[in-house]
Design a protein around this ligand. Structure first.
Ligand code: ADP
Length: 259
């Protein structure tokens, strides 16, 4: 008795969830949350059972982007019932805290909140759980990948050099954590003038595809800078719900994650 080595607590699955996709970025403001919500909606439109977990503790934007504000119920005080929006089962740390107050948490509290969202939320049966990570390479990413079996990470970047430099650090982190890198997405890739149709490459173009090739990871697609994307995100009804060219680009992106 007592001679057996203590089993190491390796990454655990989330009950009922088939696949977990972590969406990361090197820096903030590149559209990681926008891509996460639209990808979730596009997968739901394709008939998949999708969950969206907003783990961006410092700047949770999914409640606004998905158009929900209700505090999730917990009838038994233990299990949290997630919300439903646009066919997606969702949960955000932003729904558990006062939106007017800044979240100033230390590592252990962050880890506690993340674990709670993964293990105490009644996600139900899901084909895919999309996790919108905070930008960069901090405690949340570390805890997530060490404690939970993440199927793979996807990195969102703009084509600009500075964003790409930070994205490379994020990719290195996932590599160190043994989380497979599923590919890169270029957001704010190009701009088509709504008046004359002319294309302008505000942050450059093609930088992310080039980086993906250099690293030997899949390039998953490019999304334009688009007024509707911004407006619909602010209005709580992701652009992927519609049927325009950007919605089609998201449908194509979603197909990359469907067998
Ligand atoms: P992150 O999660 O990387 O911080 P967000 O998704 O919050 O970035 O996006 C930052 C801002 O840029 C938001 O106002 C969002 O609506 C806008 N945005 C994101 N992607 C696009 C895009 N492709 N075209 C236009 N605006 C975008």
């Amino acid at each position: 008795v007592g001679r057996h080595p203590t089993p190491q607590a390796g990454p655990a699955p989330v009950a009922g969830v088939d696949r977990i996709l972590a969406i990361g970025s090197g820096k903030g403001g590149v559209g990681k949350s926008t891509v996460s919500s639209n990808l979730a909606v596009a997968l739901a439109k394709a008939g998949r059972r999708v969950g969206l977990l907003d783990a961006d503790i410092y700047g949770p934007s999914q409640p606004r982007m998905m158009g929900v504000s209700k505090r999730p119920a917990s009838p038994d005080g233990k299990t949290i019932i997630p919300l439903q929006a646009h066919g997606v089962t969702m949960m955000s740390i932003g729904l558990m805290v006062d939106p007017e107050k800044a979240v100033v948490w230390r590592g252990p509290m962050l880890m506690g909140a993340l674990q709670q969202m993964l293990t105490q939320v009644a996600w139900g049966e899901l084909d895919v759980l999309i996790i919108d990570l905070p930008p960069g390479t901090g405690d949340v990413q570390l805890t997530l990948c060490q404690k939970t079996h993440v199927t793979g990470a996807v990195i969102v970047s703009t084509p600009q050099d500075v964003a790409l430099l930070d994205a490379r650090k994020a990719m290195d982190m996932f590599k160190t954590l043994n989380t497979p890198l599923l590919g890169l997405i270029e957001n704010m890739s190009t701009f088509y003038c709504p008046h004359c149709g002319e294309e302008t490459q505000i942050f450059g173009h093609g930088g992310v595809a080039h980086e993906a090739e250099r690293l030997g990871v899949p390039f998953l697609g490019a999304l334009p800078i688009d007024l509707d994307t911004r407006l619909s995100g602010d209005a709580g009804a992701p652009v992927a719900l519609g049927d325009g060219p950007v919605a089609e680009a998201y449908a194509a992106l979603a197909r990359r994650f469907i067998d």
